[in-house]
Design a protein around this ligand. Structure first.
Ligand SMILES: Nc1ccn([C@H]2C[C@H](O)[C@@H](COP(=O)(O)OP(=O)(O)OP(=O)(O)O)O2)c(=O)n1
Length: 316
């Protein structure tokens, strides 16, 4: 499992895009970010002191787990989980000059002001990346998550943002093994047939959402791969206001899927994974405040340097 997650994280569109942008540098963004995430998540989620860990287990009524082999198994499982989460998270690396931005040509102050803080956009994209592992497509997993922003704040830990729905690419609900073709990717004609039946991540997220998409609210879809020509009108038609995605496939036509419409899409703000087009100096000047959990607040001077600001996105 771990090896698969490592390979797919490394191959995902976001890392590939960075590698394309900096072809001459030898920076391994993925490994660098993975080491940082492992350290960060160990600090956040792992109780390093065994005695303290046992005390916590007893306090919450899990004294049975304090005995070995249960205790050592529990700690090992926790370490494995941290490694897994860190690996998936590093497929959308935290990098000062790279993030989800709209293209320079489409940039306006209005769009800039409506964009999410990078750390929140990244967090939602990592959720979508995690979902992609539920795919039924043997070749590539795609995940999509929809969030919306309420007009006023409530207190469930997500600020003004609330969860609307999520999905991944899969055969239609209720289908059983061998109902549809799912073949070796060398058998091109069969693969093309498979594409006709797979329901895309965005379509599943829109269809099985748990909340309505309200026209007066800012709703956002985070999808790990660029929306194709079928999904673009569906996203717009559903009333989604912002798309966060990768653009490595934009303008390409493959087998049965084409990605020609995303580039021309109007009326929905598109934030793609790219170098900050405004340049870092401009960004620093334009960002006097931050929006934690979607809430605008001024940054206290000593907090700007805080590298491990915690994101709390509730129970989703
Ligand atoms: N926005 C998207 C884009 C694609 N898919 C799903 C549909 C298919 O199950 C799978 C195939 O997409 P591609 O052919 O673009 O995937 P690859 O990256 O594997 O193609 P290639 O290796 O040719 O680049 O992804 C999706 O759910 N949502």
């Amino acid at each position: 499992m771990m090896q698969f997650v490592e390979e797919t994280s490394y191959k995902c569109d976001f890392i590939q895009k960075m590698a394309k942008t900096f072809p001459d540098t030898n920076i391994d963004f993925y490994s660098k970010c993975r080491q940082e995430r492992i350290k960060e998540y160990e600090l956040l989620f792992f109780v390093s002191n065994e005695e303290l860990h046992k005390q916590i287990l007893m306090t919450i009524g899990l004294e049975n787990l304090c005995e070995n082999p249960y205790f050592s198994n529990l700690r090992q499982n926790m370490k494995d989980l941290i490694l897994l989460l860190a690996t998936v998270a590093s497929s959308v690396p935290i990098c000062k000059h790279y993030g989800f931005y709209c293209d320079k040509t489409e940039q306006s102050n209005e769009i800039y002001n409506q964009s999410l803080p990078q750390e929140i956009a990244r967090h939602c994209m990592v959720q979508a990346r995690l979902l992609a592992y539920r795919t039924e497509d043997h070749k590539i997993g795609v995940g999509a998550v929809i969030w919306a922003e309420k007009k006023s704040q409530n207190c469930d830990g997500t600020g003004m943002m609330y969860f609307v729905g999520c999905g991944y690419n899969a055969f239609p609900v209720g289908s059983e093994y061998a109902d549809f073709p799912n073949m070796d990717d060398k058998q091109k004609d069969r693969e093309i047939r498979k594409f006709r039946y797979i329901v895309h991540a965005e379509q599943n997220a829109l269809t099985f959402r748990c909340q309505e998409i309200k026209p007066e609210e800012k709703s956002m879809i985070f999808v790990t791969k660029c929306p194709c020509d079928e999904c673009v009108p569906l996203i717009k038609g559903a009333g989604i206001k912002q798309i966060y995605t990768g653009d490595i496939d934009v303008g390409r036509k493959k087998a049965d899927i084409s990605y020609m419409r995303f580039g021309e899409l109007e009326g929905v703000s598109k934030f793609t994974w790219q170098l900050n087009p405004a340049g870092t100096c401009v960004l620093e000047r334009n960002e006097p405040e931050s929006r934690e959990n979607g809430v605008v607040r001024p940054i206290p001077p000593n907090e700007e340097m805080h590298p491990h600001k915690k994101l709390c996105l509730g129970n989703h």
